[in-house]
Design a protein around this ligand. Structure first.
Ligand SMILES: Nc1ncnc2c1ncn2[C@@H]1O[C@H](COP(=O)(O)OP(=O)(O)OP(=O)(O)O)[C@@H](O)[C@H]1O
Ligand SMILES: [Mg+2]
Length: 474
């Protein structure tokens, strides 16, 4: 098959078509001052495309290429469907095990057999996909086209997930599957991890999407007190008289309305509250809770209530890290505490950081899965982010050592102290570039980011990392 830009006519048709799609969007947007201009341009582009098709010579080349392209896309969609079906089977297998765990028992033989069957079926799907792709790929160019088409489908899926609040990486799927049974029973959950790794996003996703309830959200920063969290008496005027009424805080509201409550950055909450939290964490739906703040009047905790706490391992204010939390408190979460690692954790320096790259791509992709940055740029910025995350998280394995400054090893804290290209930062930077309409280059946005880093040594290490990926040259 002809690669799509192998023939000048094809290259032109692709370019005209691309421009036409973009122009059409501007022409349709009633609030663009350039809509009329775009409408004229749209007509001209459409006429050019029609002329290319109408000419017998170029028309034939185009028709053949389009037919081949359609076949290729069909193959990509088919391969993607197989991928989804395979994933579904693996999830079903995992659910059998989770259900047994939820019932506090080991698997019966019939279940073990079922799991084996589901996994074998999933493996067969994998073989089918490989066969399908092998059959379709006759040249290197077809392979690249097919992979690009599959890539766009994957980015589209990731974009949909991200719009619902969370990219469902393997790690996130695992935590969700494991945590959900306990959460449904009203047991508390703790998410521990480095800054910007989507702990809060995961807690919100668990509440909204998995439990189906809007959570109460309480942030640990700011000097929040027990009475703000639980409730307090306020003075109100009632028919000319001033009366004192009890107003429930978010924690109490979640209890009585049967909703999840997210205690965000619980490690930063005041010690006085954390002491009380020890006891509150033992409460389950159906239990009674005597509200000290309201003269000890007891309420009943409704089903649907659950505490989801997040804690920061290394914050920009490290002294407020998790060491503030007592072992006793962490123990209360029992088996329900999870470490949220940065994406691609465990990969080596030389691997392609696929999850970081997918996150970056999905955050700027359009509905068709097209991404306004080149694959090369995406991969380089994703790798820079990945390296900074590993160094920040204290992974100084092979390859990462290059970025760990030896002077700082003297005080025992090599690497990055305060700043990191966390997933959240990566998303913000590529969105800034994509949203600038070509005004801000990726290199420029990264330069700004580094300039804004307060900590001088961090600034140096980040610049070193970015330079290793071809940014900040000159
Ligand atoms: N699976 C994922 N892995 C990593 N990042 C993700 C994932 N899904 C979404 N994100 C991104 O994570 C960001 C949200 O991060 P969030 O604020 O939840 O992090 P956090 O761990 O709570 O950080 P902090 O500790 O600073 O509060 C968003 O920018 C979102 O795009
Ligand atoms: Mg957070």
């Amino acid at each position: 098959m002809l690669p799509f830009d192998a023939h000048p006519v094809l290259a032109e048709a692709v370019e005209v078509h691309r421009e036409l799609t973009r122009t059409r969007r501007v022409a349709r947007s009633s609030d663009s001052p350039r809509a009329a201009l775009a409408a004229d341009a749209q007509r001209a582009l459409a006429a050019r495309l029609a002329a290319l098709h109408a000419d017998p010579e170029t028309g034939e080349i185009l028709d053949r290429a389009l037919t081949e392209r359609a076949a290729l896309l069909r193959a990509a969609v088919e391969a993607w469907r197989i991928t989804l079906a395979q994933r579904e089977l693996r999830e079903q297998a995992a659910a059998v095990a989770t259900d047994a765990a939820r019932e506090h028992r080991s698997l019966i033989q019939a279940e073990e057999l079922l799991i084996g069957n589901l996994r074998a079926q999933a493996d067969r799907f994998g073989e089918r996909r490989s066969a399908l792709l092998a059959e379709r790929v006759d040249t290197e160019a077809t392979r690249d086209d097919l992979l690009a088409a599959l890539g766009a489908l994957r980015v589209r899926e990731a974009r949909t997930q991200l719009r619902r609040g969370l990219l469902l990486t393997g790690q996130m799927r695992d935590i969700i599957a494991e945590a959900l049974p306990a959460l449904t029973r009203g047991e508390p959950l703790l998410l521990l991890g480095e800054t910007g790794g989507a702990k809060t996003a995961l807690a919100e996703y668990l509440s909204r999407v998995m439990l189906g309830r809007e959570p109460e959200l309480v942030s640990g920063y700011g000097d929040i007190t027990s009475s703000q969290l639980i409730g307090s008496h306020e003075l109100r005027s009632d028919q000319g008289a001033t009366v004192s009424v009890f107003v429930a805080g978010p924690l109490l509201r979640a209890m009585t309305e049967g909703r999840p409550v997210i205690l965000d950055e619980v490690n930063a909450m005041p010690a006085e509250f954390l002491k009380r939290l020890n006891r509150i964490l033992q409460l389950r739906p159906g239990d009674r809770f005597a509200v000290q703040e309201n003269s000890g009047i007891a309420i009943t905790i409704e089903p649907g209530f659950a505490i989801l706490a997040t804690a920061n391992e290394q914050t920009p204010h490290r002294y407020r890290g998790i060491d503030r939390m007592s072992a006793e408190l962490v123990n209360r979460f029992g088996a329900n505490s999870y470490r949220v690692h940065y994406p691609d954790a465990g990969l080596s320096y030389a691997d392609v950081p696929r999850e970081n790259a997918l996150l970056a791509a999905a955050s700027i992709a359009d509905a068709a899965g097209a991404v306004p940055l080149s694959t090369d740029e995406l991969e380089r910025v994703a790798r820079a982010a990945f390296i900074s995350q590993q160094v920040f998280a204290g992974s100084h394995g092979e390859g990462f050592n290059t970025f760990v400054s030896t002077e700082r090893e003297i005080d025992g804290r090599p690497g990055l102290e305060e700043s990191v290209l966390a997933p959240r930062t990566l998303v913000a930077i590529v969105q800034k570039v994509a949203g600038s309409g070509g005004q801000v280059s990726l290199d420029h946005a990264l330069r700004r980011f580094v300039d804004g880093v307060m900590h001088a040594e961090d600034r140096q290490v980040l610049a070193l990392i970015l330079r290793s990926q071809g940014f900040l040259a000159g």
